[in-house]
Design a protein. Structure first.
Lengths: 276, 375
């Protein structure tokens, strides 16, 4: 799974390439009682794309992630990953289908080691059942060894391999955020959803993170959808941006378009155009 | 294996090296089991001579408590589902196994008392019956595990508690044991309902086959299974459920399947422990064994030992089984002692004796060098 067929310096498939989008989301929405948290959310994410999802606090960005990953079940709409219908699927099925995520408030497994946090993904593709596990058959042993090696390869992205045996909660904040990304990558995703990966990082760390995100996209050929409040980062690395306010998309386009959209400015700064 | 040593190493091709290694590891897979059985055999023949019958009996009780605590730890410690009905599975397995050996002996040999010598037919019958008892308990574990998909924390605890209590009351309503071989041969299948297992007074006259060898053979199986589970993809999936269900799902862990699997596995071993318990000399398995009190004893062992620490839980099971025996004179204070011990532990070492670690990980200089000593 870690094998990257295209060398990193080879031409990356353009987001504008032809063909069907990898992730096709059409008009999904959810209401909690009378509160329409997200309405009519649509998105077409091509292979290898790097899109941003922004909006003021409470706009429903994380709710969108929860809908895409099956934590919440959408009331209506359509969701296709590689033409595979994901509507109504349980979160673990969606993860197996190829959507992985990180969390806004870090949700590592604190009691597991750094290595085990990453190795956990191995169970997704494990072909061995309980009996093989309990008998420790050679095939099962080989598989465990492969899972272990893959985990170390992934940890190397953020230089975490030396800390593999430490408990995850002993890492500092920035490394925990990195580990969340590594853990998500371990599931071998086609689409990676990053929920505020730069939160709480200083400007130097943000620069490194931006490089890392690009590198991950190129190396693993994943499409990335990014929620982020740091506009510098979003404008720098995202090819297209979707702006959400009060649960609806108010604007979509390239960073330059978004920056000059009066509706976006109004949503962030208030006043100006009164959105009905 | 000895003759597979290469005379000329250069001639060993990759292929044969590969097959030999995989051949070896099949045996390595079963090696711990063989070692455990040798140890059990040694205990069986050496221990009574050294420490006497009475103390050997306590060691036997410790073994059964270990099976219970280690298996409960798969549900409570690893998967993080709070179950306090473990004695229910034990008793269910115990009654099942006892029925099989009692009526089996009555039918085949005309009398329930122990048949055959060490490792004789009677003992093998008991071992088989323990496994069947485990399977029946595992079935119950599946049923009790299902609510765990919707309930968590206190609510799940109440369901598991309810299971034990329901079983206790049902067992009280069972009919008298059939003592006459002729009556047994004339009995109809319909007499199985309610099963003739003695009602409230308990199932007396179950043949007493349990000995140190069998107890520690089953202890070995339980510990090896728990350890391998803990260090596998499957076990990591279970632990991730304990740590964070939402993140676990997002990593593709099928929470429902793993929770139920944990319950089924734990119940299986509790059932085998129940079988051993029912065949222990001086024990009359009775409905009250399914009750809350006994379940709670095992919960305390897992809490004291540390969540998910197999060796920690084994140590706690040993201490908590041996201690009341050593303090026989103060028996009426046992529950006070337990409560005090728990309070002290919660204050001094809330993560349990070993926390999430195994004993060798706590040894200075061994295992992971970065074991955290958190307060």
């Amino acid at each position: 799974m870690t094998a990257n067929p295209a060398p990193p310096n080879a031409a990356v498939p353009s987001s504008k390439e032809t063909g069907k989008p990898l992730l096709h989301v059409d008009q999904i929405g959810i209401a909690f009682g009378g509160l329409k948290a997200v309405q009519g959310f649509s998105l077409n994410l091509p292979t290898g794309a790097l899109y941003g999802l922004i909006g003021p606090n409470g706009a429903g960005k994380t709710t969108v992630f929860n809908l895409l990953t099956g934590v919440y079940q959408a009331d209506s709409g359509q969701m296709l990953l590689d033409s595979q219908n994901l509507m109504g699927s349980k979160p673990h099925r969606i993860a197996a289908a190829g959507i992985a995520r990180t969390f806004q408030n870090i949700r590592l497994f604190p009691g597991l080691s750094v290595l085990d946090n990453v190795r956990l993904a191995g169970q997704l593709r494990s072909s061995h059942g309980l009996l093989a596990t309990l008998l420790r058959t050679p095939a099962h042993q080989a598989e465990e060894a492969a899972i272990r090696k893959q985990a170390f390869d992934l940890l190397a992205i953020f230089d975490l391999q030396d800390r593999a045996n430490e408990p995850a909660d002993s890492l500092c904040y920035g490394h925990q955020r990195h580990l969340e990304i590594v853990r998500a990558l371990a599931t071998g995703p086609k689409v990676l959803l990053l929920d505020e990966p730069a939160a709480g990082m200083n400007s130097q760390e943000k620069v490194e993170l931006a490089q890392a995100i690009r590198k991950i996209r190129d190396q693993f050929q994943v499409s990335i959808l990014l929620i982020e409040h740091d506009m510098g980062l979003v404008m720098e690395i995202c090819e297209r941006i979707v702006v959400l306010d009060h649960g609806v998309i108010i604007s979509e386009g390239t960073p330059a378009m978004i920056q000059n959209d009066p509706k976006v400015i109004a949503a962030y700064l208030g006043g100006g155009v009164e959105a009905a | 294996m000895a003759h597979s040593a290469p005379e000329t190493p250069a001639k060993v091709t990759m292929q044969s090296a590969e097959t030999r290694r995989s051949h070896d590891s099949i045996w390595r897979g079963l090696l711990p089991l063989a070692l455990g059985m040798v140890l059990a055999l040694a205990l069986q023949f050496v221990l009574p001579a050294i420490v006497g019958q009475y103390n050997s009996r306590i060691v036997m009780d410790i073994g059964i408590a270990m099976i219970m605590a280690v298996s409960l730890n798969i549900v409570n410690g690893m998967t993080g589902q709070f179950s306090i009905g473990h004695a229910g599975f034990m008793t269910l397995g115990g009654y099942t196994a006892a029925m099989l050996t009692y009526y089996g002996s009555l039918y085949m040999w005309g009398a329930p008392p122990a048949h055959g010598h060490f490792l004789g037919a009677g003992e093998w019958m008991m071992a088989g019956a323990c496994i069947v008892g485990g399977l029946v308990a595992a079935g119950a574990g599946y049923v009790v595990g299902l609510p765990s998909l919707r309930l968590r924390g206190d609510y799940l605890a109440i369901v598991t508690l309810g299971f034990g209590e329901i079983l206790r009351v049902v067992l009280q309503q069972t009919s008298k044991v059939i003592e006459d071989p002729a009556a047994l041969k004339a009995a109809k299948w319909s007499q199985l309902f309610p099963p003739p297992v003695g009602g409230a007074i308990g199932f007396a006259d179950v043949p007493k086959y349990t000995n140190l060898f069998w107890v520690y053979t089953f202890v070995t199986i339980t510990v090896v299974v728990a350890y391998r589970l803990k260090n596998s993809s499957l076990g990591r999936a279970m632990i991730s459920i304990r740590e964070d269900e939402i993140a676990s799902q997002a990593m593709g862990v099928n929470i429902a399947r793993n929770k139920v699997l944990a319950f089924v596995l734990a119940a299986f071993f509790a059932g085998t422990a129940g079988g051993l318990f029912a065949h222990e000399s001086g024990v009359i398995i009775s409905p009250k064994d399914a009750g809350f009190q006994r379940s709670f004893d095992y919960v305390i062992m897992t809490v004291l030992g540390g969540r998910g620490s197999i060796t920690g839980v084994m140590l706690a099971a040993s201490i908590l089984t041996a201690l009341p025996e050593m303090l026989r004179d103060f028996e009426q204070y046992r529950l006070i002692m337990y409560a005090l011990l728990l309070i002290i532990m919660m204050l001094v070492r809330p993560q349990g004796l070993f926390g999430i670690h195994e004993i060798w990980q706590l040894w200075p200089g061994k295992g992971t060098r970065t074991v955290q000593k958190k307060a």
